[in-house]
Write a protein that binds this ligand. Structure first.
Ligand code: ZN
Length: 356
């Protein structure tokens, strides 16, 4: 699992996979102390295992994968196509598991073991929080890479905006033979989803009931507790403070002035690490969009339109396009920002067609 978690550190919506709303697990009021001790025991036991056995990359370092990666990333450095070395940031790519990892194919994976222990205690949701990679040298075409992982630290329980949870830090090291070529610190938060105000979410049954009424029932009014909340970090706090004031803020490099979204700690153009922000005019146009029909979204009546809006200032943001027939949405549709005050803590930006 360690390589399939998608970090969501921008001003987007947190994605907690394995969502288990309403699950109290073994960590109710009675068992909280016991489960805390069990988690610490599991952490100590898994950390003591040290590095997992080497897991080999399915393919040696190769040009076709480098070429696809460069196209996806927009990296045009000729060293990677002409000089026979791989982009360092691809390191993790070589040992990625497939899209559908096989259960039990990597029984010694420390993150998998620790996640299982936390699942057991009711901390069933996960969000990646941060990672740091170090590269010791370039990988060359034809080299066969392996990866080994160890559990570095488990801290908690901590109260977070997402719910109570534990931070799990692992260290992965990539090798060619016995030579370490790169390493990565990888941290996730395993959390128990905050209590829902309504009934627990349930998946719709695959087969509609034969006696189902012809009209779909009214969905419940969106409750604030149902909304997937963004992870507010040091990088994104200014954005959410802005939406609370009905300002759409765009991060601007304090060095070269380049605008960027989603926000991050450092300018990708000049490397300057003290960002500022501009307040956007709030206008833009639909650059791309999807009509979301399934699966159900808590508190929303489907379908909904999720648009990638290109702002007048040039950056793009993802947001819901409100009050429009999906058939009427088109690329280039002029839109204007609006603010959805979910509750005292959270105001989400959204978009409406700009008819002026
Ligand atoms: Zn800059």
């Amino acid at each position: 699992m360690s390589e399939s978690v998608v970090a969501s550190d921008g001003a987007g919506t947190a994605v907690g996979s394995e969502a288990a709303a309403g699950s109290e697990g073994a960590a109710g009021s009675q068992g909280a102390v016991g489960s805390e001790a069990a988690i610490r025991d599991a952490a100590a036991r898994i950390a003591a295992l040290g590095e997992s056995s080497p897991r080999p990359a399915p393919d040696p370092v190769n040009l076709p994968m480098i070429r696809h990666w460069m196209q996806a990333m927009g990296d045009t450095n000729p060293a990677y196509t002409d000089a026979g070395v791989a982009p360092p940031a691809m390191t993790q790519v070589w040992t990625m598991r497939g899209l559908r990892p096989v259960d039990g194919e990597d029984p010694g994976d420390p993150l998998g073991l620790m996640s299982a222990a936390l699942d057991e205690a009711g901390f069933t949701s996960v969000v990646a929080t941060n990672s740091e990679q170090e590269y010791h040298r370039y990988l060359r075409l034809g080299e066969q890479v392996t990866v080994r992982s160890s559990l570095e630290e488990v801290t908690g329980p901590k109260r977070t905006a997402l719910g109570e949870g534990w931070f799990v830090t692992t260290r992965s090291t990539w090798y060619v033979g016995t030579e370490a070529v790169a390493s990565m610190m990888f941290r996730i938060l395993k959390f128990r989803p905050a209590a829902q105000s309504g009934p627990p979410m349930t998946k719709p049954s695959a087969q509609p009931e034969p006696s189902a009424p012809p009209e779909p029932p009214e969905p419940p009014v969106a409750a604030a507790a149902d909304v997937l909340r963004p992870v507010v970090s040091a990088d994104t706090a200014f954005f959410w403070e802005g939406t609370a004031r009905h300002e759409l803020r765009i991060q601007r490099c304090g060095g070269c002035g380049t605008l960027r979204h989603p926000p991050g700690p450092m300018c990708p153009v000049c490397g300057f690490a003290r960002p500022e922000y501009d307040v956007a005019a709030g206008t833009g146009e639909v650059y791309s969009y999807v009509v979301h029909r399934h699966p159900p979204v808590p508190g929303r009546r489907l379908p909904i339109v999720i648009a990638l809006v290109e702002l007048t200032e040039g950056v793009r943001m993802v947001g819901e396009l409100l009050d429009i027939d999906p058939e009427q949405v088109r690329i280039g549709l002029p839109v204007r920002v609006t603010f959805d005050e979910v509750d005292a803590e959270l105001t989400l930006p959204a978009w409406r067609e700009d008819r002026r």
